[in-house]
Design a protein around this ligand. Structure first.
Ligand code: IMO
Ligand code: MG
Length: 426
């Protein structure tokens, strides 16, 4: 994976499934060669696990490049919970990572406030999505309904107080069973005093910063959170997150024109997982999920929930390739399929005897389609530690070839373990 010197030095990393594809590892791997790493959407609903020398780091807001001591940007498309940001910075500093001068936060990013989390909880009682309960949906909702509070508002005491008074008039009736209004206000203002002072030195016009970096031909990685099937437009609506994890989200999420986004790398896990509710055509029967869940350590990095597990679905990955304009694929967690025989890949769906090769928009179809599989022989060898593609067992290469065939895209890199060294170029 090389930066594209002839055009612009940017790489966009997107998830092709329902999140947790291993974006964190890939971004960390590539950030050694990069100058800046940028998060452009989502919030601390993301959980990016990176393993360095056997030590595990879970990041929720700050781009994985921080672990390579690179400069990082949290752009305007991200929603920021100030307390979560504070905790993450403190956690990283304790581990010896230098954050000051290495982190830039957009003054236009929207702020998650305590009432967003209450509203997230309430909404789950009438429409169960299985959200992370971090207030993500209600915060983006406020942005679109023009009630949002941005970082630049958060830093101005008088503006902030005025906006809170206005917002609570609208929201307090909905959340009053959780909290007393005066206690809530006191808490919100106390936190704002503390965190605004803390955040201020990091705040910048990150669009200007990015444009300047692009003109200087700096190498930039745009790091997505979540995945294409969780995109609010192109995912399994309404079982989605409230932002745009797709490559198109980079432009609105950072303020840079779309023609700078020209190298788009899709991350696909060698099987499929999903956390929370919603359709999942290739989901295994519960009793058959345990083996893969254990082998793949498939537990949510943000909420600890067991992830639902299933076969690789070429229909959704092809959908992601199209929507994102993916130029190359990276396959992760291939090692976790050891001792599963046979291996299956979904290549189409069937609904009432009709064959579907495109991911359907209808929620009814998404729920009731049955997958059409091809199958191939599994492998029993431990493939971690293999450093050359040609050294992989024949059955593993067959499986990779089938994925390429049915996704109609070449796989350029394969991850065979959590550490950066456990990565091979094809
Ligand atoms: P990373 O970046 C997997 C899911 C939640 C829920 C839905 C909506 O680690 O891939 P939200 O709290 O966003 O309103 O919840 O989206 N979800 C994720 N699933 N990986 C993630 O992030 C996710 N972030 C949100 O489980 O189904
Ligand atoms: Mg994750």
């Amino acid at each position: 994976m090389k930066f594209n010197k002839t055009i612009f030095n940017t790489i966009t990393i997107v998830g092709t499934q329902w999140g947790d594809e291993g974006k964190g590892k890939v971004v960390h791997f590539l950030s050694r060669d990069a100058d800046y790493i940028v998060r452009y959407q989502g919030g601390n609903n993301a959980g990016h696990t990176i393993v360095i020398d056997g030590k595990e780091y879970i990041l929720h807001l700050i781009p994985a490049g921080i672990l390579e001591h690179k400069k990082c940007i949290i752009a305007n498309g991200v929603v920021i919970d100030p307390k979560a940001l504070f905790n993450e910075i403190k956690f990283l500093e304790k581990k010896g990572f230098y954050i000051k001068n290495n982190l830039f936060i957009s003054d236009l990013a929207h702020v998650i406030l305590p009432y967003h989390k209450y509203l997230d909880t309430i909404k789950e009682t009438t429409q169960k999505i299985g959200t992370t309960q971090k207030g993500i949906g209600p915060c983006y909702g406020d942005m679109y309904s023009r009630s949002g509070i941005r970082i630049c508002d958060y830093l101005e005491n008088d503006t902030f107080e005025e906006l809170i008074e206005k917002n609570l008039k609208e929201k307090y009736p909905l959340i009053k069973k959780f909290v007393n209004v005066n206690d809530l206000k006191r808490y919100i203002f106390k936190e704002q005093k503390k965190f605004s002072k803390f955040i201020k030195p990091y705040v910048a016009n990150t669009t200007n910063l990015l444009l300047d970096l692009i003109y200087k031909n700096k190498k930039i990685i745009f790091e997505s959170a979540q995945g294409t099937l969780l995109d609010v437009n192109f995912g399994t609506y309404p079982y989605v997150t409230s932002s745009h994890p797709i490559s198109g989200g980079v432009s609105t999420g950072t303020g840079i024109p779309p023609f700078y986004i020209n190298k788009i790398v899709g991350i696909a896990k060698a099987y499929t997982t999903r956390v929370g509710e919603g359709p999942f055509p290739t989901e295994l029967e519960e009793k058959d999920q345990t083996f893969l869940r254990t082998q793949g350590k498939e537990y949510g990095a943000t909420t600890g929930r067991p992830r639902r597990c299933g076969w690789f679905d070429a229909v959704i990955v092809k959908h992601a390739i199209k929507i994102n304009g993916i130029t190359e694929l990276i396959l992760t967690k291939l090692d976790c399929l050891k001792n599963i025989n046979p291996l299956k890949i979904c290549i189409a769906y069937k609904y009432k005897n009709k064959l579907l090769t495109e991911f359907p928009a209808s929620r009814k179809l998404q729920k009731y389609v049955t997958p059409v599989y091809v199958q191939t022989e599994g492998f029993s060898q431990d493939i971690r530690g293999i450093t050359k593609y040609c050294d992989l067992p024949k059955n593993v290469k067959n499986y990779v070839r089938l994925i390429e065939k049915y996704c109609q895209k070449e796989i350029k890199m394969i991850s065979l373990g959590r550490d950066r060294n456990e990565t091979i170029f094809k």
